[in-house]
Design a binder for this molecule. Structure first.
Ligand code: SF4
Ligand code: SF4
Length: 270
C-alpha cells in the first residue's frame, strides 16, 4: 500500500494506492473477475482506517469523497489510451482509496512520470471487444465495465461480455507497460466463481453470498445480477454440461434472469 498526499485548498487529499496482480484467465465453467475489484476493497478499507485515525486525532475528514480521482492525480501520473493512470512500478494495475482531510498533510514527492508509447502502440485499441478505444479517443459509454452494469444486455453485447462477472481488463492485459504476473484468486473467492456454484448460492440469497462482501463490497454482492451474469456466461461457454445449472432459471420470476437463462439454453442446445 502506497500513500500519496496531495495539497489542496483548505486541506489535503490522501490516496491509498493498492497494487494488485491480475487473476489468471478463468477456465471453462468459471466466471472471470477482474482482480481490480478485491484490490479496490482493500484500498477502500485502508482509507477507512486512516480516516478513523485522523478523526480520533481531531482532524475533520471526509472518507471516500465524491470526486474525479483520475483528474486529481493527473498531475502526477501519465494516462494510457484507455484513460487509465500508469504508475512507474505497477503500470495500470492498482486501485485507489481516498479521503480528504482538513489538515496540511506532508505532500508526497512526485513520482517519475511513465513515458507512454501509445502513439506507436495501439494494442489496447486492437483488442477492445466493443470499440471503446479508437483514434477519436476513449468512449466510456462503450466500455464493458460500464455496459455490464446493466444485467440484461442485448444479444451482441451479451456475446462480447464472455464469461465476465465484473469488469473487463483486456486492454490492460495486452498493454506492454504492465508486467503481467498473475496470481490466483483466494480460495474463499474462487469457490464462488464456478458458474453452477454461483447460481446455487445466489438462489439461496444474500446471506449465503456474505463471504463475498470483503472482496466485492456490499453494493456489488447482488444475487439477481449474479444470476444474470452466470447464465450469460454459461450461454457463451459452449459447454452443454452447464445446461442443468441454467435451465431452472428459465422459470425465475425476474425477467432479466429469465431472459439470460433462456438465451443460454438456446445457445447451449444448438
Ligand atoms: S496498450 Fe499501448 S496504446 Fe494502449 S495504453 Fe498501453 S501503451 Fe498505450
Ligand atoms: S475495459 Fe474492456 S471494453 Fe473497456 S476499454 Fe478496456 S478492453 Fe475495451
Amino acid at each position: 500500500m502506497e500513500i500519496i498526499n496531495l495539497p489542496a485548498e483548505r486541506g489535503s487529499w490522501q490516496f491509498f494506492l493498492e497494487p494488485y496482480r491480475p487473476f489468471p484467465p478463468a477456465r471453462p465453467g468459471q466466471l472471470d473477475l477482474d482482480a481490480f475489484y478485491p484490490a479496490s476493497q482493500r484500498a477502500y478499507r485502508a482509507a477507512g482506517r486512516a480516516a478513523e485515525q485522523l478523526t480520533e486525532a481531531g482532524v475533520p475528514v471526509v472518507f471516500s469523497p465524491e470526486g474525479n480521482y483520475k483528474a486529481l492525480l493527473g498531475g502526477l501520473f501519465s494516462a494510457g489510451k484507455n484513460t487509465l493512470l500508469y504508475h512507474p512500478e505497477h503500470g495500470s494495475r492498482f486501485a485507489l482509496g481516498c479521503l480528504f482531510a482538513e489538515a496540511d498533510l506532508p505532500p508526497s514527492p512526485p513520482l517519475p512520470r511513465v513515458q507512454m508509447p501509445c502513439s506507436s502502440c495501439g494494442a489496447c485499441q486492437a483488442v477492445c471487444p466493443t470499440g471503446a478505444i479508437s483514434e477519436a479517443g476513449f468512449d466510456p459509454t462503450r466500455c464493458l465495465r460500464a455496459l455490464m452494469k446493466e444485467p440484461d444486455l442485448p444479444d451482441d453485447l451479451a456475446e462480447r461480455s464472455g464469461n465476465r462477472l465484473y469488469g473487463c481488463d483486456l486492454c490492460q492485459r495486452v498493454c506492454p507497460l504492465n508486467r503481467e504476473q498473475t496470481a490466483p484468486p483466494p480460495q474463499e473467492l474462487a469457490a464462488f466463481l464456478e458458474i453452477p456454484a454461483l447460481i446455487g448460492k445466489s438462489l439461496e440469497g444474500r446471506r449465503v453470498l456474505a463471504p463475498l462482501i470483503p472482496f466485492l463490497g456490499r453494493n456489488y454482492v447482488r444475487p439477481r445480477y449474479f444470476l444474470c451474469r452466470a447464465a450469460c456466461a454459461a450461454g457463451n461457454s459452449q459447454d452443454p454440461a452447464l445446461l442443468p445449472a441454467v435451465r431452472p432459471l428459465c422459470g425465475h420470476p425476474d425477467p432479466p434472469v429469465r431472459h439470460n437463462a433462456e438465451r443460454a439454453v438456446r445457445k447451449l442446445s444448438l
